[in-house]
Ligand binder design. Sequence first.
Ligand code: NAD
Length: 514
Amino acid sequence: MPTTKLFIDGKFVDSNSSEWLDIPNPATNEVIGRVPIATQGEMLAAVDSCSRAFHSWSETSILSRQQDNIVRKTVTSLLIPFFFFSHNFVFSLIFQKELAKMITLEQGKTLADAEGDVFRGLQVVEHACSITSLMLGETLPSITRDMDTYTYRLPIGVCAGIAPFNFPAMIPLWMFPIGMVCGNTYLMKPSERVPGCTMLLAKLLQDAGAPDGTLNIIHGQHAAVNFICDHPAIKAISFVGSNPAGEHIYERGSKNGKRVQSNMGAKNHGVVMPDANKENTINQLVGAAFGAAGQRCMALSTAIFVGESRQWVPELVERSKSLRVNAGDQPGADVGPLISPQAKARVESLIQSGVDEGANILLDGRNVNVKGYESGNFVGPTILSGVKPSMKCYKEEIFGPVLVILEAENLDEAISLINNNPYGNGTAIFTTNGATARKYTHEVDVGQIGVNVPIPVPLPMFSFTGSRGSFRGDTNFYGKQGIQFYTQIKTVTSQWKAEDATLSGPAVTMPTMG
Ligand code: NAD
């Protein structure tokens, strides 16, 4: 049985742990490997390695960090050849496919979707190559006679990342490349359900020549998370995952004086106006509700049909039936399995709760039969209409291939529904009217808004800006805010006086610098 290693002080090492977790393939539930729950000694060794590496790494020139470390090498070996067909092209494509294959094996999503997962992460890595401009400070010369003030943006120390299962490449790549390129060293805890992809990325980093200790990787669950929240050497924590974990980590980490950014759950609404382009809207809703089996924090899991657009629902149902449910590595698969039998049971019980509370089940994906994969965690596309805000299937994040449908008489009613929902991750409006779109983007209280764009995940030159119940913290992931999160400011005020301007005596009053 293959076992996942730890990555400590530049070496892939076997864990001495007596506690191990199985990693099942979600399409079959066959165990494909095991991951250790790292021991206290192993976690201490990992964080000590980060601490030792910090001084030299933070003093490494910014150009070296950008050019010689993983950031540029990852991009040149993976992304740039992808576009420019250099001699590395075949190698890079193979590696990218290796990462995607690992994702499909451990997480279940389709291979094409897994390649998107890798690609969106590499875009963040590519953006990190602009670190020399992103980390510029500010200056103001001559704030008073002979006196100048300037700021440095500097690394903060050892940083840590705690990742979820649903984007095994993209989300770790939101974390350690940005933290490291800013000059920090990094302790990563991938999701214990999908550790393989992070380990492949670490291998890439090692091959690129990253100094020992700049990245360390531990595995585990709650004990590892609490270790990260409590260890005094760790100065900042990036978390992505569910609300119970995110709120716990935000509170425990902040209480211990750390910076914490915590991206959490969602309930994303798509508003369908009667003037929308019908064909596009139906295709976009189906793709965004059921892609990745609904296991995306930006999945469009709730549709609000405004006015006459409700007549499109039967066509939406027909289009959803055309999706093929299959193991992610099978040709033509559109919807893969859920991560675990527990996730499948939970999704099915939320569907049943909708039925019990009076919703209409227009498409029922329970009991879907996937030939050859009868033991997998499959749920087919499911649509519930007539859903009310008081129903459990509306109040909870389902995180499965289930679209719940509500109706509204007008745009104001739709906006009010969304603003009364506690989550604020993403939303989309489908319309051909600019004024409607503008009103929506100004009045809806959600951090990421798509206008005829169903999954508006911002590219890395912007930041991922979920809000309200979907986020804790004050600086977001990647983009300018990501750099702010991983750096601190030093402000230097200096005075160089000519010799003839020497003070005549002690200045005991508060300097006004006027
Ligand atoms: P999860 O919270 O179960 O796990 C995330 C991480 O936290 C894992 O590393 C896990 O080991 C750890 N963890 C789990 N439970 C914990 C607990 N009670 N205390 C301490 N640590 C704990 O999340 P998941 O199931 O892996 O991911 C799905 C969730 O992540 C969904 O809610 C989804 O919306 C959310 N998500 C959010 C974003 C975003 O950017 N807002 C992106 C992706 C996923």
